[in-house]
Every structure is written in C-alpha cells, then in structure tokens.
Design a protein around this ligand. Sequence first.
Ligand code: UDP
Length: 319
Amino acid sequence: MAKILVTGGAGYIGSITATHLVARGHEVTVADDLSRGHRHNVPPERLRVVRLQDTAELATLLSGVDAVVHFAAYIAVGESAREPELYFSNNVGGTLSLFTAMAKNGVRRLVFSSTAAVYGNPQTIPIPDDAPFDPVSPYGETKAAIERMLRQLDQFRGLRSIALRYFNACGAEPWAGLGEEHEPETHLIPLLFRAIKTGEPIKIFGDDYPTPDGTCIRDYIHVSDLAEAHVAALDHLMSGGCSGAFNVGTGSGHSVLAVMHAVERITGKKVPFTIAPRREGDAAELVADSTRLRAALQWEPRRSDLVTIIRDAWDFFNR
Ligand code: UDP
C-alpha cells in the first residue's frame, strides 16, 4: 500500500485511475483546481481543491507521499493553438511548481500523463516509443517539454518517472458513474452519441486522407486499460524500477467511419453526419507500438475492443 497524490484526479482519466488505485488498497488524495474537472468525480473526503501553481499548498499535501500520478493539464489541441501561453503557463508552469514541491518533500516517484501528440506527424506506423518528438501543437509541445525535464530530473534529482503517452482514450466506467464529460466536447465517440441524441449531424473531418476509406485512423484505448497502465507503472516505481516512457495503445487502428458504423451497430441507431473539411493538425494515421510497455510492465489491454468501448461509453452517456 502506498500513499499517492493524484493531480487532476477530478478529470476523466484521472478520476478513473484514482478509483483503480483505491481498489488496489492505495491511500489516494486528489489535488484538482476543478477548472476542467468535476467535483462529482471524487468522493469529498479524498478531494483537495488546489491550483498546481500554488507550490506551498502542494508541498503541504505532499508530506509523506510515496508517489505522484500527474494528470492535471489542459488537453484541447485546438484551444492550445489559439492560446499557447495559457497552455505553457498551465501545463508546463503548473508542472514545474509540482516538481518544486516534490523536491522540497523528497518525493521521488512520478507517473506522468503524456500523449501521442509529442510525435506530431510520425514517419513510422505503428509508432515506436523511440520515435523523435516533433509536436505540431502547443499542447503536444507542453508534454514533450515536461518529458524532457523528467530526463534531467532523473539524473539530477533522482526522480524516477514513467511517462505514459496516451493514444485515443475512450470508453467509461458506467458502474462507477465515471466517463467523459468535456465541455466543449471535441472527441469522436461522445460527439457521435450527441449526433444521435440531437439529430444534429456530426462533421466528419475529411474523407480524402490516404487511408482505405479516406477517413483518419486512430488507436482507441479503453480508459480502464489506460488506468491499469498507471497502476502497473506505479507498481514498477514502488519496487525500485527505473524511469521510462511508453506508448499506451492497442496497436490496431480504426477509421472514423469504422467507429461510426460500430456505434450504429451497438446502439441500433443511425448517426446523422456530413463530410466536412479536414481539421487542422490531424495526422492521417496514429497507431501505437506498445510492445515495450507490454514487456516492461506486463500490461495488456483487456477492454479496448470497439464493442466494449462503445457499450461502456453509451451506458455512461445514457446514465
Ligand atoms: N473527428 C471527426 N469529427 C469530430 C471529432 C473528431 O471526424 O467531430 C475525427 C478526428 O478528425 C480524428 C478522430 O475523429 O480523426 C478522433 O478525433 P478525437 O478528437 O476524438 O481525438 P484525437 O485523435 O484528435 O486525439
């Protein structure tokens, strides 16, 4: 059993990971400023409402903590292109404040939420973990910058960290009342559901990509499998494991139209849609090579087939 601080634990992936950690018997405190997360995602006794930039307050929360699982960040690629300073300040500045507070308290283990966006438009598919960083958005740049800092902190502070580079997080834990509730929502599966509910067509961003059906291909990973990757990363660090960075995906891609047709099959409803221009910054295909994660942390996806993903997300949407 370890004492763990989860930053951003009122958000989508953070709240679900926190419940997985609690289920393993860990003592979990959530630090979240609720700017994007939801109070209802965290039991009140576990929640501390604090800004990441408040180093002194964070330092008090870190007393006696064995490890930090750090989710707190803004995550909207489009918003980051419009407001890069906001992203640099919140994501990089906030994380720097966290690192400072951790150093003050001698906390030397961290699991970090990174992203496939660090690769930009990769040359090799599936993408190996050692592909070069070439982010094409300020959001991706913030995560790449933090990963680079972590390498230095490993060397100069003895901070052991695992960075997990998420591909397309999706699905839900409907029985725990936890799932995706972004506002504004930009992600494909909740927007397909919204189109069914409202009758307002979803825009499919481009059908002229160099893929079999012309729509973008992504690697969709169930949030529960993502949460388990964090649990495995933490176990690794708690047993003295070394730092690393891993892709978290399934290794299989699905096109936008394939996901839409799966939603139609599983919900039994037609999705109204229109074909719209490409969305700026979208790569044609992003699929993970996660073989290193599977080997190093004995992790494997269990619920990341499209049927389970969509059924769980649909149950949560209709809760
Ligand atoms: N997408 C779409 N219409 C939407 C939202 C997303 O066609 O309203 C496409 C998007 O272009 C991408 C895929 O769905 O190819 C997944 O997008 P999402 O925003 O869910 O995740 P991302 O891949 O950007 O992390």
